[in-house]
Design a protein around this ligand. Structure first.
Ligand code: G6P
Length: 372
């Protein structure tokens, strides 16, 4: 009903607007009075967590992209190798899993059969499994060794939005907790990152407040046949998630590429008028990442592309090469996916709405896929 949608036109639109709260609630209650992470719900032996020598994230769909984002952060903070694998591929390739492997199963519903089977397989090999799940009482947490709940609240729209942001948040909390436990990072550094994480809900709200620009551009693109998404570093999984949202909601062919891969193939796709959405890293981030992506925008534009650019406030370098700029607040690189994906969600939702499609119930898709 209209009341359940909180005055929004669709559950999807409502859930996009729930995101500041979803992130804030996922952080809530996880710090003790000294500002240290306290994961009371994570009942897993600390000595074991200290001895972990590899992490494998298993998930499907949007949850798998949350895993791809988390890999960058967890490897950086903990110096533990992280693999991310689609749950349905994991089980069938004789993966190397030992008692020192920590498997992290990410799932909104907690019922995805592919992910559940991966959890069972990992435990049979002796690995410990931590579930990052949104739905209390669901099967995956019940069959895992430990669970870290995301507190996004019920997600009704088939295509995932607020669950994605809260999965990244929970995976970051887990990564910082491991770093704290293993002494990889000074307590001050961890506190600093947590403080930055706590600023993210307000920054997401700023993007929501400025969404009209994204909406107007999306409405003008209802006849688009194909949209390409480019990103680098953590912007790469964001680009893939942006493309997935557009496929799911608007039935438009969309692909996410690593910006550095452009020259190795995908640039052949660019011709006059091809829409390319580029996720630009922070100009204050890692050396040369920003300028390399700006060069990529230049390269596709020189070949006729129409460029839509997601860039930080104050990043003027992109302006000469962008047909449209969607602005996001400045943030540390590793936290930027929590912001950069939001305009892409709004873009897909609005474009699909402009095409007259049901954004909550896209054709052929189910909210949770309980068959293999
Ligand atoms: C389905 C949904 C996707 C979701 C995926 C994983 O395919 O349509 O939106 O990302 O399942 O779902 P889960 O509940 O495991 O996160």
């Amino acid at each position: 009903s209209a009341a359940e949608k909180g005055g929004f036109g669709s559950f999807m639109d409502k859930e996009i607007h729930d995101q500041p709260k979803a992130v804030a609630d996922t952080l809530l209650g996880r710090l003790d009075e000294r500002g240290r992470l306290q994961l009371d719900d994570l009942r897993i032996d600390e000595a074991l967590l200290r001895s972990v020598d590899k992490i494998i994230v298993v998930a499907c769909g949007t949850a798998a992209y949350a895993g791809h984002v988390a890999k960058y952060a967890i490897e950086h903070w903990c110096r533990i190798p992280v693999e991310v694998e689609l749950a349905h591929e994991f089980r069938y390739r004789d993966p190397i899993v030992t008692p020192r492997t920590l498997v992290v199963a990410v799932s909104q519903s907690g019922e995805t059969m592919d992910t559940l089977m991966a959890v069972r397989h990992a435990r049979e090999q002796g690995a410990k499994v931590v579930a990052i799940v949104n739905t209390h009482g669901s099967t995956i947490p019940r069959e895992s060794d430990a669970v870290l709940y995301t507190h996004a609240g019920p997600e009704i729209a088939v295509a995932s939005t607020k669950a994605f942001l809260s999965q990244i948040t929970a995976a970051y909390v887990l990564g910082l907790y491991l770093a704290q436990l293993r002494g990889n990072k000074f307590p001050d550094e961890i506190r600093q990152t947590l403080a930055e994480l706590r600023e993210m809900p307000a920054k997401i709200q700023i993007i929501l407040d400025r969404a009209q620009k994204v909406r107007d551009v999306a409405r003008s693109m209802a006849d688009e046949k194909s949209v390409l998404f480019l990103g680098r570093h953590v912007g790469y999984p964001v680009a893939m998630e942006g493309a997935l949202k557009l496929k799911e909601l608007a039935y438009i062919h969309a692909e996410g590429f690593a910006a550095g891969e452009l020259k190795h193939g995908p640039i052949a796709l660019i011709d006059e008028g091809q829409a390319v959405i580029v996720v630009v890293p922070s100009p204050k981030g890692r050396d040369s990442l920003h300028s390399k992506v700006v060069s990529n925008i230049q390269e596709v534009r020189a070949r006729g592309a129409r460029t839509l650019v997601v860039a930080e406030d104050g990043d003027d370098d992109v302006v000469p090469f962008a047909d449209e700029v969607f602005r996001i607040p400045a943030s540390p690189t590793l936290l930027s996916p929590l912001l950069a994906v939001v305009p892409l969600q709004i873009f897909a939702c609005e474009l699909a709405t402009a095409k007259g499609l049901d954004v909550d119930q896209p054709r052929n898709l189910a909210k949770s896929v309980t068959v293999e």
